[in-house]
Design a protein around this ligand. Structure first.
Ligand SMILES: [Zn+2]
Length: 461
């Protein structure tokens, strides 16, 4: 793969290396039983910062057919909580934008139309755009007008020529995955009405850094966004950042509103001021983060090796992409960990990519009784610890790897999140979303109990 020489956003050539996590397999590519004898392709997992526009990005460009295999990333996965959350978002937009039969809502990466359907039901015309055949057919069948295409400037201009002009455009959890980010944003500029708005949801870099969540770095995530880095990207295409909401989804996300006219909300100004105060436009902020990442590796390895030398057996929980990044970066394989457990039956019997730990069902914890459980899905530590009470009642202990690796003291443990709503995102990962966009405050509200009403909707990780 060619080395990245230019920033994908501003074309700047001064790319400063922030993180080098070593060689990694594709994080989502679980090893099938029939592939065990074959080597995996490994790619450098390196994050650089553009010194011109401050955007963080991975250096590797991996072709989609290699990166995603036969499965395109935007597959359907729904829960009642997600559907209800999507409905509220749609209804709020209808009200605030006064949408009606003459309006148009366009969603990019619209999947099977689960969000757009809410607009259709109340008579607001929609257009979904998605490259995956299966979800597009499902959307069309349920009455959601959907175009099967990659969204970029050309697609958008063609639609504009056909008379489409959008009052509202939506893109949830796709901005970080799109390699050609300029063509993507150009498409929004081409299709948006003069007074229209576009909303983008994406994981927030500041949240990633504050929780040292380097394990969300993998090749599928090409970009790690701050408002500071997004501002020049959008302005290059004549779009302005106007408002932002902070969601707890994916460990902390932003919902950004942009339009052709600059009308900055107070909330946006305050986010931008905080980024400036933190120094998110410079190297130092990211170099501090990189040190934290190296410390996690060192301390986690030391902790695990110490437990192993004391004769303890350790398993891990959560066979997701982030687990692959963490295990491969910390080089924790079969000599230290026994296996990984996961509730998703489709993952059982396969191996984690790279160091190839076998994936077993969670019941194994009670039959095999390892001494420790390393929570790779640490963002769900509250739920896992609650679910695995039988394991801890038998003496099993939990290890949380970030931001500082530690063995959980259950006497002292207080749930990490409070009053949050559990949803499943369109990319299939379960995630949190607070009802009132108070992710940061709730995460710090260590004394509150989680709202168990929502926890009852917990889905397999
Ligand atoms: Zn740049």
């Amino acid at each position: 793969m060619a080395q990245l020489t230019h920033c994908r956003s501003c074309q700047g050539t001064r790319l400063h290396q922030i993180l080098d996590l070593g060689l990694h397999p594709i994080a989502n590519a679980l090893v099938e039983p029939g592939q065990r004898g074959q080597p995996e392709k490994l790619f450098p997992l390196v994050v650089v910062m553009c010194e011109e526009c401050s955007l963080l990005q991975v250096t590797e460009t991996i072709l989609p057919n290699v990166l995603f295999g036969r499965d395109y990333p935007y597959f359907s996965s729904f829960s009642p909580a997600l559907l209800s959350h999507s409905r509220s978002h749609a209804l709020a937009l209808v009200e605030s934008r006064k949408l009606g039969p003459d309006s148009l809502v366009v969603e990019v990466a619209s999947n099977d139309g689960y969000l757009l359907k809410n607009f259709v039901e109340i008579g607001v015309p929609v257009l979904g755009v998605d490259p995956a055949a299966g979800p597009v057919q499902a959307a069309q069948k349920s009455g959601v007008r959907t175009l099967q295409a990659f969204f970029d400037g050309d697609t958008a201009r063609q639609l504009a020529r056909e008379g489409y002009q959008a009052d509202v455009m939506l893109a949830k959890n796709v901005l970080a995955h799109v390699e050609n980010i300029n063509a993507f944003v150009e498409g929004f500029a081409a299709l948006l009405k003069e007074d229209g708005i576009a909303q983008f949801e994406f994981p927030y870099l500041r949240d990633l850094i504050e929780s040292c969540a380097f394990d969300t770095v993998y090749h599928e995530h090409v970009f790690y966004y701050s408002l500071t880095a997004l501002k020049p990207l959008f302005e290059h295409h004549g779009l302005y950042l106007n408002d932002v909401e902070h969601l707890a989804i994916h460990g902390g996300s932003l919902r950004l509103t942009v339009s052709r006219i600059e009308v900055k909300s107070e909330r946006l100004r305050s986010f931008e001021a905080e980024e400036a105060a933190l120094g998110m436009d410079g190297r130092t902020y990211y170099e501090t983060f990189a040190r934290c990442v190296r410390d996690v590796r060192e301390h986690l390895r030391a902790l695990v090796l110490e437990l192993r030398s004391a004769g303890k057996r350790i398993a891990a929980y959560g066979a997701a992409a982030k687990g692959a990044t963490l295990l491969n970066y910390a080089e924790l394989g079969g000599e230290t960990l026994a296996y990984v457990v996961d509730r998703n039956v489709h993952k059982l019997g396969k191996d984690m990519p790279g160091l190839r730990l076998p994936i077993r069902n969670v019941e194994t914890l009670l039959s095999d009784r390892p001494d420790y459980l390393l929570l790779l899905a640490w963002n769900f530590s509250d739920e896992i610890i609650a679910q695995q009470k039988a394991f801890s009642d038998l003496g099993g202990q939990f290890i949380i790897p970030v931001p500082k690796p530690h063995i959980v003291d259950l006497q002292q443990y207080t749930p990490r999140m409070a009053a949050a709503e559990l949803v499943v995102c369109s990319d299939g990962r379960a995630a949190w979303e607070t009802a009132r966009n108070k992710a940061r405050t709730t995460r710090r509200a260590m004394d509150s109990e989680p709202d168990r009403k929502w926890l009852s909707g917990l889905v397999p990780l």
